[in-house]
Design a protein around this ligand. Structure first.
Ligand code: ADP
Ligand code: MG
Length: 347
């Protein structure tokens, strides 16, 4: 199927095609586009030259370069000229949609941040996301292009760069999210949510991580919990942050228990129903002097860990509280940890 037909079928409203670089530039003079998908190999003016011209005519349009394995050296040129993302041939439509949606979302967010006149540090952090994601793309390309050429030592170094970039990127993403919640600018997109379905579905996303540590997930899900109004995307962040910790701090061959149930809490003399989700592991546990601080952004004696930003639970707390809920932790060193969060049934 043609890419254009595919995209129109996916409800993108305007999709125009150009047969050559020159034609693309002509169309670009007349219309504004969010994203351009550009093949690095074209008849006449090549992809790189076209990219340069596009950046001149429409600097705020994002460009996704379509490249083949043999194009890696020229793909590096494209990074220099401001390509935002790379897609490898043969094109996988799911990947294309994923990249388009990610770019559209960040364009919308940037517009929103400008409209609400967010503070300067947040805007700077936000702006750092783009060069970082380009640098990550570049490293991925480089890793592929250099396969069988680099020495083991160089490969180690590349992996180190890759991990460092992961960390900066993850930290900036978490900081931007935290800043949005703290300033009251985070928007919850509330929908009817069935937690008895959502919780297992989100946990299933960690199947491979659980499998590689041979950790078993056991569910105790009350199918009768009422539907609530909540933001499922934000709740996914909460559940994955807690589950990722449980996986990270558990030993292989252990079990993580996940429960969903209705509880009642006394609020101003009335019993108020909440849906509670708990995730329990039998891992290393948290020492009593650290436990009171795990939901804080800044933790005393925080020791930096691999694949972590130290901000995950702080963000969970803000998201849960934005839903008028609460989150707690219990832990015994050497025995395990339970994190519970509860969301009001009638928000
Ligand atoms: N399930 C758990 N088991 C043991 N320690 C945990 C667990 N969850 C969180 N912690 C502790 O709380 C800290 C904060 O967690 P989090 O905010 O997710 O940051 P990190 O990026 O380090 O995972 C962790 O660094 C760890 O010390
Ligand atoms: Mg974490």
């Amino acid at each position: 199927m043609l890419i254009k037909d595919f995209l129109l079928g996916e409800n993108f409203n305007v999709v125009d095609e150009a047969a050559s670089g020159n034609e693309a530039l002509d169309i670009l003079m007349l219309n504004d586009y969010d994203i351009i998908l550009l093949d690095i190999r074209m008849e006449g003016m090549d992809g790189i030259e076209t990219l340069k011209q596009i950046r001149r005519i429409a600097p705020s349009t994002d460009v996704i370069m379509v490249t083949g394995y043999a194009d890696i050296p020229s793909a590096v040129e494209c990074i220099k000229y401001g390509a935002r993302e790379f897609l490898e041939k043969p094109l996988r439509m799911e990947t294309l949609i994923e990249k388009i949606n990610r770019i559209l979302k960040s364009r919308e967010e940037e517009k929103h941040l400008r409209e609400i006149q967010v503070d300067f540090p947040t805007l700077v952090m936000y702006k750092l996301q783009l060069p970082l994601s380009t640098a990550k793309s570049a490293i991925t390309l480089l890793n592929k292009g250099l396969e069988n050429i680099v020495t083991e030592k160089q490969k180690e170094l590349l992996e180190h760069i890759d991990q460092t970039l992961w960390k900066i990127d993850a930290t900036i993403n978490d900081l931007v999210d935290l800043a949005k919640f703290e300033s009251g600018n985070a928007q919850l997109e509330k929908l009817p949510v069935n937690m008895d379905e959502l919780v297992p579905a989100i946990c299933a996303k960690r199947e491979s991580e659980l499998g590689s540590k041979n950790i078993n997930l056991s569910f105790l899900i009350d199918k009768k919990v009422p539907t609530i109004e909540a933001d499922p995307e934000k709740l996914e962040k909460v559940i994955l942050n807690i589950l990722d910790n449980a996986i990270k701090y558990s030993s292989p061959n252990s079990t993580i228990k996940v429960t969903t149930t209705t509880i009642h809490k006394e609020v101003e003399g009335n019993l108020v129903p909440y849906i509670e989700v708990s995730i329990s592991d039998t891992g290393v546990g948290i020492s009593p002097d650290v436990l009171p601080y795990i939901f804080n952004k800044i933790k005393p004696d925080y020791s930096d860990k691999e694949k972590s930003t130290g901000l995950g639970l702080a963000l969970c707390k803000l998201i849960v509280e934005a839903h008028n809920g609460f989150i707690t932790a219990e832990s015994q060193i050497g025995q395990g940890t339970t994190i519970r969060f509860a969301l009001p049934v009638n928000a």
